[in-house]
Design a protein around this ligand. Sequence first.
Ligand code: ATP
Ligand code: MG
Length: 554
Amino acid sequence: MEKEVVSKNFIEQIIEKDLAEGKYETICTRFPPEPNGYLHIGHAKSILLNYGLSQEYNGKFNLRFDDTNPTKEKIEFVESIKADVKWLGADWEDRLFFASNYFDQMYEAAIKLIKKGKAFVCDLTAEQIREYRGTLTEPGKNSPYRDRSVEENLDLFERMKNGEFEDGTKVLRAKIDMASPNINMRDPVIYRVAHMTHHNTGDKWCIYPMYDFAHPIEDAIEGVTHSICTLEFEDHRPLYDWVVRELEYPYPPKQIEFAKLYLTNVVTGKRYIKRLVEEGIVDGWDDPRLVSIAALRRRGFTPESIKMFVELCGVSKANSSVDYAMLEYCIREDLKLKRSRVMAILDPVKLIIDNYPEGQIEELEAPNNMENETLGTRKVPFGKELYIEREDFMVEPPKKYKRLYPGNEVRLMNAYFVTCVGYDTDEEGNVTAVHCTYDPASKGGNSPDGRKVKGTIHWVSAQDNVQAEVRLYENIIDEEKGVYNEDGSLNLNPNSLTVLKNCYVEKSLKDAKAYDSFQFVRNGFFCVDAKDSKEDALVFNRIVSLKSSFKLPK
Ligand code: ATP
Ligand code: MG
């Protein structure tokens, strides 16, 4: 059998080299969210990348909450993040960790550096530290406290820990090189005094480690081998390497950076979304117009579609934006053979079949998915009065119009041929009902005598159906026009949400549950809204329409 040759991405190449050279026996990756907000599509990329690599190389995958910063964390985000990671299918098994559980080891690590003469307590203020740091073109200056003895540093650091000093009066700094061309290496602060209560450790600590010091230690403690992060940390890598080297870990983890995922016409920034939520423009972090993972799930995206999307995006070192249409392409691809194609009328007008027996109801058989017979068939009630889409009837049709107009014959999907014989209007001339006659010999929508009809339209029984609300979405911002107006207000798309209250769906959807999704013939893919849908008041979100001009990039 011929094997497909798939070229490996740059991260896979690094891993394969490390394994071949025996640098690590097996690999371990991690997803390290700060519990300070909801996850979004960009995080999904990171989750699936890290988890995917652990699966590909038979390694391990850790979910680690990076909760070392007591100001920002909110415990409520832990559960939502876990739910999102699980939903995406990234299984951390029993490897769930909290960085705050390592505070003792981090403290010990700092002592080790002090003892090696590689860290010192500094009394400069934050502003002075900034001044001493120099610029991109000028080297920094040594702190006057840089040459404190090991004993003095140990004593002061312990007293920092014991709470003897006010916030901001003392820090612990790594002793590296104030002349380094990389500013991150100019004696970076690794511990600060902060009298704050931590959600996990309470008041035990009044010193907290800085991210650049804490993160490599967390990785090393957990046995992470490849610590994958986004590009903005590239300049921090020398410090990461310095920390794991000076702390003499036997299997030092290595940091690898990749480009963040950006989507066109979509904003993922926490600040922006917070504002949309606070101003009541969206109904929460899971509003279906957003791209938090919770929002995508509520809109009706599947884990498979997001995985396909992330794989199509690939990993690279160059920042770029991906077209939102590619995400839509993925959900269409995922659902098209998996979901039933049912009939729903979003903008109804009545169709009356004048020659159909009064009071008669037939149960007609309809295939669930013409392209996938394994989905079987269902029964759809048919009667004298139906609903059709308003746009499927025209009094004076344009030339190529193939649907209903006076005198024209069309096929009612899975039902009969009907010919339009007239219509009713109200005082203003709006069409209130369309009249037709049917050909009983065309049952099932099959031509009885070889005569052809050009149009097929969908319908829902007016007597036996389910009334529903349907919500249609567009992007909430038009990125090309900018996120903000000149006065600082948000530049929103006024059509981002359209609510249709008077829709009719087939009876077969009566028991549809939250997150169930369907193709509504001609109208797109729809999903039962998990927040607002009720047993007798169904609400559907349009996930995506059926057509797109999007082409897969080569
Ligand atoms: P912030 O730093 O503003 O709190 P964040 O988005 O960086 O937010 P983290 O919780 O720090 O949130 O991120 C967890 C992981 O997700 C990190 O490894 C980060 O690199 C990765 N990540 C965040 N945004 C993206 C993105 N757009 N594309 C890919 N990975 C991302
Ligand atoms: Mg972050």
